[in-house]
Design a protein around this ligand. Structure first.
Ligand SMILES: C[S@@+](CC[C@H](N)C(=O)[O-])C[C@H]1O[C@@H](n2cnc3c(N)ncnc32)[C@H](O)[C@@H]1O
Length: 182
């Protein structure tokens, strides 16, 4: 866990594209894709169901929002700051014929209106979760779930923490519910 945190921290400092366009403070994490089996565990932990609107903040290649639509019957919105990843996700969504249920927004999640979401997923550093917290508190309605891969949200009490062991890796999934975080 400590090794993963250090790697993420070092990589997040060194992202010239994001730093140029948005400023280094907007860079909440480098691109490290979540393994597919953890994607599915995250969506299960968030009790995602048909009719839900899932926002993945820092959505990379779009795998979480794509899985939310394909396997859980939800609608998905990916928010990604890196233009090349955003393009890749859009191409994948089109190739899978999911344009009516999954969309991508290129930009910083720190300033995004999150009000349509009733489930938010994210895989940022703990310090970045701290930066994200005001926006989550501003836009999400009571009952909305926030599912954070690997890094907790300091000061919020999770309703559940799911631990998944795979080989030498220990994954932790933190689940929060707006209105029940204290
Ligand atoms: C650890 S990766 C997670 C990718 C994907 N959610 C997954 O689980 O496979 C974090 C992602 O967040 C993106 N990111 C970093 N800062 C961001 C910000 N302020 N707004 C939106 N995306 C951001 C990075 O470009 C990267 O793709």
């Amino acid at each position: 866990m400590r090794a993963l945190s250090t790697t993420l921290l070092l990589l997040s400092i060194a992202s010239p594209v994001v730093a140029q366009k948005f400023g280094a403070a907007e860079n909440l994490a480098p691109y490290i894709p979540t393994p597919q089996f953890i994607v599915e565990r995250m969506l299960q932990a968030g009790h995602v169901k048909p009719g839900d609107v899932v926002y993945d903040l820092g959505s990379g290649d779009g795998r979480i929002v794509i899985t939310a639509a394909q396997q859980f019957g939800a609608r998905g919105v990916g928010v990604e700051i890196q233009p090349d990843l955003c393009r890749k996700a859009v191409e994948r969504i089109k190739a899978l014929g999911l344009e009516d249920r999954v969309s991508m927004v290129e930009g910083s999640a720190l300033h995004m209106d999150l009000s349509p979401a009733n489930v938010v997923t994210m895989f940022f550093l703990t310090s970045s979760n701290e930066k994200m917290k005001p926006n989550l508190e501003k836009y999400l309605k009571p009952g909305a779930r926030v599912v954070s891969n690997q890094f907790p949200i300091t000061g919020w009490r999770p309703v559940e923490v799911v631990h998944v062991k795979s080989g030498s890796m220990n994954h932790s999934i933190y689940v929060y519910e707006i209105g029940r975080t204290r």
